[in-house]
Design a protein around this ligand. Structure first.
Ligand SMILES: Nc1ncnc2c1ncn2[C@@H]1O[C@H](COP(=O)(O)OP(=O)(O)OP(=O)(O)O)[C@@H](O)[C@H]1O
Length: 555
């Protein structure tokens, strides 16, 4: 099916108009199959509201991914987020957007099943990798033409979404799927929604929004400064910030803005992009989250940190990671950026080599592989040479951040500095991933249906109801969308990595676990509120207001 026609830039289209205009041909969507039509081959991922399995269609032989939609509470019925995702995916048709092909139903077995309702699965084509898993795979080394090829596809997919009034709102490496034909597709539309503002136009950045949306979207490491400062009238440019983060991540091999809390996230953004001023981020002082903020002035070190990737990459990165959301580059203009027209030229998808399957869930496998590496002697890392650490390729980029590189040549996964041999196998195990804070959970979304006047006021997203640690937003400025460590020693226990999370079906244990956490959380909050009443500060006040607001949403 051809892509939907771009909309009149000035027109506001309703979701109904959008749906009518973009109906996919009926034949492109099979309908509803039975789970027994598929042979389950293994688990691929574990998202917030469901597990993802690899499976084979018994009818067609096609390998697919089945995303199980978990109903955390049968009484609540089918999760609104899943409905929204299904509704959107059924409409969308673009080579760089994951296509929903079928829904499969698994009816409870009367004799053995306690549950009364069927389980639904979304069926999409199987993609060999997600970008996060691929970057974690120590055997994978991206070249610059490959990065350019993925970036172009990502921007094409995003241009399609934005031109059709859709905000993705959860742009991140784990939501970008890649297959062994070199095709990249944007996935996970659980937070996506219809956008009522003007569609982006060449040279006009993200334009202006027409109404408020919830600012509690986008996983923290990929969340733009305006959302961290609680702008609600945001635009398509929030997704472009995420593209900037993903671009940086592909260049250096690890997340570039891995904040440990929302406040810390802002701090590291300011380190990279400079402290906002009325020139670089007009109106930032008036944003609700800026009240009481006194960030230390600094110019930003983006050019320094990315200097080894060349002026083209730096220039595009600066455009994508612009503090001013109004002038941040849009997907149409980014596709025209000189970075893509200068050598080395973007690879063709078909020319990209194939890799072993790499998904987020494979991280543990890759870590085990890394752990088997010999440790490097102090002061000179195995096989990297004395220069690599401080004055070589990665000079100035997180050398001292303790995180190390996630993948290989550190700043540079390009083969240019290591013409031969398997470079990454020689990077010491502790130089990878170490120190990266646990991956942040996806954002809390309290939004309602996509047509409502405001998405602040109604149902919280079903993700929140999952029996898993929830954002606490309690007493400290640093905990709003992060699962806090109540004690330093149990941080890991309180926030298991995605790949260590227990199965969602372990209801009883998980609920008990969750209850215990809430109890600790309650004690933690009460303690902090006592402290707060003794010493008040504007930042604390701001956070208290934020928390109060969230509690309202939770109701
Ligand atoms: N079609 C697919 N092919 C291969 N792997 C997939 C596919 N769809 C999803 N996955 C894997 O499952 C993971 C989770 O999928 P997805 O992001 O859609 O679920 P989610 O519940 O919305 O997750 P999250 O909590 O991260 O938002 C992906 O990161 C990816 O590794």
């Amino acid at each position: 099916m051809s892509a939907p026609e771009p909309r009149d830039a000035g027109g506001v289209s309703s979701s109904v108009a959008f749906a009518l205009k973009n109906q996919r041909p009926k034949l492109s969507f099979t309908g509803c199959s039975r789970i027994t039509d598929y042979e389950i081959l293994g688990k691929l991922g574990e998202g917030t509201f469901g597990e993802v399995h690899r499976a084979k269609s018994k009818k067609t032989g096609a390998v697919v991914a089945l995303k199980k939609i978990i109903m955390h509470n049968e009484k609540d019925g089918f999760p609104i987020t899943a409905l929204r995702e299904i509704k959107l995916l059924k409409l969308l048709s673009h080579k760089n957007v994951l296509q929903l092909e079928d829904m499969a139903v698994e009816h409870p077995v009367r004799a053995t099943d306690k549950r009364k309702r069927p389980i639904m699965y979304m069926v999409t084509p199987y993609m060999d990798h997600d970008l996060s898993g691929l970057l974690d795979n120590p055997n994978v080394h991206f070249t610059e033409p490959q990065i350019k090829c993925y970036m172009l596809q990502l921007l094409e997919g995003l241009r399609y979404l934005h031109t059709n009034h859709i905000l993705h709102r959860d742009m991140k490496a784990a939501n970008l799927l890649i297959n062994n034909k070199g095709i990249l597709q944007i996935a996970d539309f659980g937070l996506a929604r219809h956008y009522e503002g003007d569609v982006p136009r060449p040279g006009r950045g993200g334009g202006e929004a027409r109404r408020d949306y919830t600012s509690l979207v986008v996983t923290r490491w990929y969340r733009p400064p305006e959302l961290l400062l609680n702008l609600r009238r945001y635009t398509t440019s929030i997704d472009l910030w995420g593209v900037g983060c993903v671009f940086g991540e592909m260049l250096v091999g690890k997340p570039v803005l891995a904040g440990e809390s929302d406040v810390n996230q802002l701090e590291i953004i300011f380190d990279l992009c400079g402290t906002p001023t009325e020139d670089t981020m007009p109106g930032w002082r008036g944003l609700p989250g800026a009240e009481g903020l006194q960030p230390r002035p600094r110019p930003g070190n983006l050019a320094q940190r990315f200097r080894e990737y060349g002026s083209g990459a730096i220039s595009l990165l600066k455009e994508l990671l612009k503090l001013d959301w109004r002038t941040r580059i849009n997907a149409i203009d980014a596709l025209q950026h000189p970075y893509f027209r200068n050598a080395p030229f973007p690879a063709h998808p078909g020319d990209i080599p194939t890799f072993e399957d790499s998904h987020e869930l494979d991280r543990r496998k890759f870590q085990d592989r890394r752990a088997a590496l010999p440790p490097a002697p102090k002061g000179g890392e195995v096989g990297r040479g004395a220069l690599e650490g401080g004055t070589g390729h990665n000079a100035g980029f997180h050398n001292a951040d303790g995180y190390g590189s996630r993948n290989g040549l550190n700043g540079s996964r390009y083969p240019r500095s290591r013409p031969s041999g398997p470079p990454d196998e020689r990077v010491p195990a502790w130089h990878r991933e170490r120190g990266l804070p646990p991956r942040p959970p996806p954002p809390v979304d309290h939004s309602n249906g996509w047509d409502a006047a405001s998405d602040h006021t109604d149902s919280y997203r079903d993700r929140d109801r999952a029996p898993r640690p929830r954002p606490v937003g309690g007493s400290r400025p640093d905990v709003d969308t992060y699962i806090p460590a109540y004690n330093a020693h149990d941080r890991d226990a309180s926030h298991p990595r995605r790949d260590e999370r227990r199965r969602r079906d372990d209801w009883d244990d998980t609920r008990r676990h969750d209850w215990d956490r809430r109890r600790v959380d309650y004690e933690d909050r009460s303690r902090a509120s006592r402290t707060r009443s003794r010493s008040r500060s504007p930042i604390r006040d701001r956070d208290r207001d934020r928390d109060r607001e969230r509690d309202v949403y939770r109701r």
